[in-house]
Design a protein around this ligand. Structure first.
Ligand code: FES
Length: 74
C-alpha cells in the first residue's frame, strides 16, 4: 500500500533537543505522512489500519479513499 500526501515543506527540518518528548525522552518521526504535526508523529497513523497491499490511498477530511489512477499535466 501507498498513500498520496500533500506536504508544503521546501527544505529539511533540523531536529534539536527541544524536540524530545519530555516524558518518553525520544522523538517519534512520522513515516505515514498523515501527521498534522509533521515531521513528528501525532498518532494519525492509526487511520492506516486495514490498508491493503498493492492499493494506493488518499486521506481527506478524515475519510480514506482508494486512488484508481493519477493524471498529471505536461
Ligand atoms: S507515523 Fe505518521 S502520525 Fe504516526
Amino acid at each position: 500500500m501507498t498513500r498520496l500526501v500533500e506536504l508544503d515543506g521546501t527544505g529539511p527540518r533540523k531536529l534539536d533537543p527541544s524536540d524530545l518528548d519530555p516524558e518518553k525522552g525520544d522523538v517519534a518521526v512520522c513515516q505515514c505522512g498523515l501527521s498534522a504535526s509533521f515531521p513528528f508523529c501525532d498518532g494519525s497513523h492509526r487511520q492506516v489500519a486495514g490498508e491493503n497491499e498493492g492499493v494506493r490511498y488518499v486521506y481527506e477530511d478524515g475519510d480514506r479513499r482508494r486512488v484508481e489512477r493519477i493524471v498529471t499535466e505536461e
